[in-house]
Design a protein. Structure first.
Length: 294
């Protein structure tokens, strides 16, 4: 394999690993949006809470990695459930702008509380795969990247089976399509919506646990939400398959831009893609076209 081809393959592997995290974050956003029509700008801060919780459980409490991950997912899911049941539910029926402003306010509150409890310093924690690599077809791939791919794939397949083959999953789909019709057919819509928030919180926790060892445990982790929004627009806003495809594509484009385009392009390429897609194909790659002629 030539050197240029090897670099391209290495970038592809890195891009798919990073894109898998973007896809997970985008998946949580689209689940909440489809169920409640609320664009949750606090989703990234649930990820921050998860990252700091994992750090505390692993580093301070000294718990085994997998037990800490499980507890982190449960804690974040419970917090997301409580946010919907105690706060978001109170603005049901209000304009979407109310939901946007409320979730932005919740985001700042959670970020501030994390800084107050843990302090402003960045930190990190070890995983069972820290500093270990695997050689595949001449490529040196970090084991953590392989774990990210496997866990992201497992989460996606589990969600697919959950929505297709469980009563609760079918109820969630029904509520997301028509809440009144679902309610008339015996679905407890309010409780189902809170469970959707809990599910999205669990996905955010998984993304935070996977992302933190790559970067740092820091309050700026919420910025991954902006990349996830770009992935949603690219894949098709409201489309679950689109969230996954968009996340992977944004991850790949970022990695390629970091090497093949001028310095600094990597930091803005996701937003350039967002702008181009909104102009050329507003409904995204897999989204349905909904528009009005005026």
């Amino acid at each position: 394999m030539s050197e240029s081809l090897q670099v391209f393959a290495q970038l592809t592997a890195n891009g798919v690993a990073v894109g898998a995290i973007y896809a997970l974050v985008a998946l949580g956003l689209v689940l909440i949006y489809k169920a409640t029509e609320v664009l949750n700008f606090a989703h990234g801060d649930l990820l921050v809470v998860a990252a700091f919780s994992a750090w505390g459980l692993i580093t301070v409490a000294g718990l085994p990695f997998w037990l800490a991950v499980l507890l982190t997912v449960l804690i974040t899911a419970a917090m997301a459930y409580a946010l919907d049941a105690c706060v978001i539910r109170r603005i049901a029926g209000q304009p979407q702008f109310a939901g946007v402003m409320l979730t932005i306010a919740l985001a700042f509150m959670m970020r501030g509380l994390v800084s107050m409890v843990f302090g402003p310093e960045s930190r990190n924690y070890a995983t069972p795969w820290t500093n270990s690599t695997t050689r595949i077809a001449g490529l040196q791939i970090a084991d953590l990247q392989l774990v990210i791919l496997c866990m992201s794939l497992a989460a996606t397949v589990t969600l697919y089976l959950f929505f297709r083959h469980t009563r609760l999953g079918i109820a969630m789909q029904a509520a997301s399509q028509n809440q009144l019709a679902a309610y008339l057919n015996g679905v407890r819509v309010k409780r189902v919506n809170s469970l959707v928030w809990a599910l999205a919180g669990a996905i955010a926790a998984l993304a935070g646990v996977l992302l933190a060892p790559i970067t740092l445990v820091d309050t700026t982790l919420w910025l991954v939400t902006l990349k996830a929004l770009a992935a949603l627009v690219l894949g098709g806003f409201g489309s679950i398959p689109g969230a996954i495809v968009g996340g992977l594509l944004i991850g790949l484009v970022e990695q390629y831009a970091g090497v093949y385009l001028p310095q600094g392009t990597k930091d803005i390429v996701a937003y350039l893609v967002l702008i181009v897609v909104l102009i050329v194909r507003p409904h995204g790659l897999l989204g349905e076209a909904h528009g009005r002629r005026v």
